[in-house]
Design a protein around this ligand. Structure first.
Ligand SMILES: *[C@@H]1O[C@H](CO)[C@@H](O)[C@H](O)[C@H]1NC(C)=O
Ligand SMILES: *[C@@H]1O[C@H](CO)[C@@H](O)[C@H](O)[C@H]1NC(C)=O
Ligand SMILES: *[C@@H]1O[C@H](CO)[C@@H](O)[C@H](O)[C@H]1NC(C)=O
Length: 443
């Protein structure tokens, strides 16, 4: 009897630990995982032809960028090498009856196959990331252009509710250099509730590119903070060393749209620049940039929440870290003086190899991709293990783009947090079972 009670108590302890041990932040779960990425080909024959011709080389397709909007998951597959048939996609279930059965989930080119033709400068050439304005339902797609085909870099804007192109801006070579650039990531800057500027990192030319939506013009800033740090070019992930010589990469904007944060991928420095500088093409960038701290290791993507928490990739720790910027603003008495102190790990796991792009949805889920680029770029990806994953964790904080929905978010959590809600329900059930068991045993 005694040992049974001990066992029950132990189980109860495990249960309570599971329920309360992680505060209000849920564990990250791997929702989708693939060994190789596949697409919704018109037919089996077309897929085979694509493999034969080299248009589709399965292992060369690495999911990198991610955004989630209106129950749709958008992912990018940058054309790092040959054999990537489609660079911007949505996820669909290949098995119509099963909603997103992970291994059967394939990519559907967005908006269509004909926007994915390599060598056609009017189509997408190499897309690393997108951003979506949830208020207007507008998607901003940055395209590096082609190296082999001489296409200029461009921004393409979609009405994502109707899948209709609204506008495109081809970057002048003087702003985004054709052939050498790599447009990597972007944030939206809202003025009076509307997106007025996009800030885009050009990781290979070490620049931040500004697109002024109203005036349909673009310009770029250069600063030494956007360059790789010479002593940080070796990135180690799970004992695999990869040399990275790119610069400014992850970028985020604070929830009041007053400051932008960015970091070079070959580096640990996190920098801050006021948006009033970025909005002014003749401003002196270097006179206003400020380093706010060092990240635990080199990192890739980052995203800010409405609450002003910055989530970012920590490559050498297979992790996502969270900087509670809002807390440190209190401590330092202003965002213009803030330093990065309050750092915790939101998610880490040995299988989170190369946390790549991060997104926050409307209901407080953090989404991120892991792309194993340390193996990809060393030609070490193999057919016999999981290479690409999409993770999700409930963090209670929607993205910065949901800023003026703040009051309805409390409500949203109850409505949309299916995952967390059902977890809680099953936990309650387990509790009742144990509690009853405990009562019976102690009678
Ligand atoms: C990076 O790694 C290479 C190979 O191990 C080594 O020769 C080089 O010194 C390292 N560079 C730095 C900055 O640590
Ligand atoms: C833009 O920056 C320049 C150079 O610092 C300054 O003279 C000008 O007043 C600024 N414009 C605005 C609108 O702030
Ligand atoms: C992957 O597996 C296929 C068979 O399923 C094989 O034909 C191909 O050579 C493998 N590729 C690599 C890079 O291991």
């Amino acid at each position: 009897m005694n040992s049974k009670i001990t066992l029950t108590l132990a189980l109860l302890f495990v249960f309570f630990d599971k329920l309360f041990g992680h505060g209000d932040h849920g564990d990250a779960e791997s929702l989708f995982q693939w060994t190789t990425i596949d697409y919704n080909w018109a037919s089996k024959a077309e897929r085979e032809r694509a493999i034969e011709s080299g248009r589709y080389i399965p292992l060369n397709n690495a999911i990198n960028g991610i955004r989630v909007y209106d129950n749709k998951i958008f992912v990018t597959v940058p054309r790092f090498g040959e054999g990537v048939p489609s660079t911007l996609n949505t996820l669909i279930s290949a098995h119509p009856k099963k909603y997103f059965l992970s291994s059967r989930t394939v990519l559907r080119p967005y908006p269509r196959w004909d926007m994915q033709i390599e060598g056609d400068c009017s189509a997408f050439q190499k897309v690393q990331n997108i951003e979506i304005d949830p208020k207007q339902g507008i998607m901003y797609v940055i395209d590096t252009g082609g190296r082999a085909f001489g296409c200029p870099a461009k921004l393409v804007i979609y009405d994502v509710k109707r899948d209709v192109e609204l506008h495109r801006h081809v970057f002048p070579d003087s702003v985004v250099s054709r052939g050498t650039n790599y447009l990597n990531d972007l944030v939206m800057d809202y003025v009076d509730g509307r997106v007025e500027y996009l800030y885009i990192t050009n990781t290979r030319d070490f620049a931040i590119v500004v697109y002024d939506i109203k005036n349909d013009i673009s310009y770029a800033f250069h600063d030494k903070s956007m360059k790789p740090e010479p002593d940080k070019v070796n990135v180690t992930v799970n004992d695999n060393l990869i040399r990275v010589t790119n610069g400014v990469n992850g970028i985020a904007i604070s929830a009041n749209f007053e400051y932008v944060y960015y970091s070079p991928i070959a580096g640990t420095g996190l920098y801050q620049i006021p948006t009033k500088i970025l909005r002014n093409s003749s401003a002196d960038f270097s006179a206003h940039v400020r380093k706010v701290g060092d990240k635990p290791s080199q990192g890739d993507g980052m995203i800010m929440s409405t609450k002003n928490s910055l989530y970012f990739s920590v490559l050498s720790k297979n992790a996502v870290a969270m900087w509670e910027l809002h807390k440190d603003i209190q401590t330092y008495g202003g965002e213009d003086r803030v330093m990065m102190d309050t750092l915790t790990y939101e998610a880490n796991d040995p299988t989170m190899e190369w946390v790549d792009s991060l997104a926050l949805d409307s209901s407080g889920y953090l989404w991120f991709t892991t792309s194993r680029l340390q193996l990809y770029f060393n030609n070490k990806l193999t057919n016999d293990s999981i290479n690409f994953r999409i993770w999700r964790a409930f963090v209670h904080e929607p993205s910065y783009a949901y800023f003026d929905n703040r009051h309805s978010h409390r409500h949203d959590h109850h409505d949309h947090s299916h995952g967390a809600g059902s977890n809680l329900q099953s936990n309650t059930l387990i509790f009742l079972v144990f509690f009853t068991l405990f009562k019976i045993m102690t009678l």
